[in-house]
Design a binder for this molecule. Structure first.
Ligand code: FES
Length: 134
């Protein structure tokens, strides 16, 4: 199976590889695994607490080329988006952008799950803070 040029580009030059401090109040962390293949993806967002806009993102993926490309692409896409916009991101858009074949669709689903988990983690942190204050 041949990878598309976009997958190879992200695989060879992954954007935003790394991590933020998990305990940072402005960071949301999503860690998900694909049961089918055992690949694991960690995606983190850094949010401006005043505006609710995602200002930066990082990922670390232990997985196939399509999973690495999907997470790299998502870290680029979510910058400048609100939490709700990021959570609404669909794996079909990722799969289309990267021209993923049907057997690699689950790799893009992993990226969708990871960004949703990161947004939920951020919201949970801040929901808890708001309740503690009130
Ligand atoms: Fe499992 Fe790509 S083969 S994430």
């Amino acid at each position: 199976m041949a990878y598309s040029e976009k997958v190879i580009d992200h695989y060879e030059n992954p954007r935003n590889v790394g991590s933020f401090d998990k305990g940072d109040e402005t960071v949301g962390t999503g860690m998900v695994g694909a049961p089918a293949c055992g690949d694991v993806m960690k995606l983190q967002i850094k949010v401006n607490p005043g505006t609710g806009v995602i200002e930066d993102a990082r990922f670390k993926t232990y997985g196939c080329g399509s999973a690495i490309a999907s997470s790299s692409l998502v870290t680029e896409w979510v910058k400048g988006k609100t939490l709700d916009e990021a959570a609404a991101l669909k794996n079909s858009a990722i799969a289309e952008e990267l021209a993923l074949p049907p057997v690699k669709i689950h790799c893009s689903i992993l990226a969708e799950d990871a960004i949703k988990a990161a947004v939920n983690d951020y919201k949970a942190k801040h929901g808890a803070t708001a309740e503690a204050v009130a």
